[in-house]
Design a protein around this ligand. Structure first.
Ligand SMILES: [Zn+2]
Length: 66
């Protein structure tokens, strides 16, 4: 299974969906649960606000090819 398929499975997970709101409020990542308050690029920050996925997870799941 490639990482994009892995991500799709994670995003389809009811538990992940259920913790999205609290992750957003607490500035945490909805996937790994880590604090997501520092970003190395403005794009990563924007992406976090859209997806509630931290920069590390973004890099792992969909920026790995760059
Ligand atoms: Zn994460």
């Amino acid at each position: 299974m490639n990482r994009l398929q892995e991500l799709i499975e994670i995003l389809s997970d009811k538990e992940v969906q259920a913790r999205t709101s609290s992750a957003r409020i607490n500035q945490k990542c909805k996937i790994c649960g880590n604090l997501a308050d520092t970003f190395h690029t403005p794009l990563a920050k924007v992406e976090y606000h859209l997806s509630i996925i931290c920069e590390d997870c973004q890099n792992y799941y969909y920026r790995y090819e760059n």
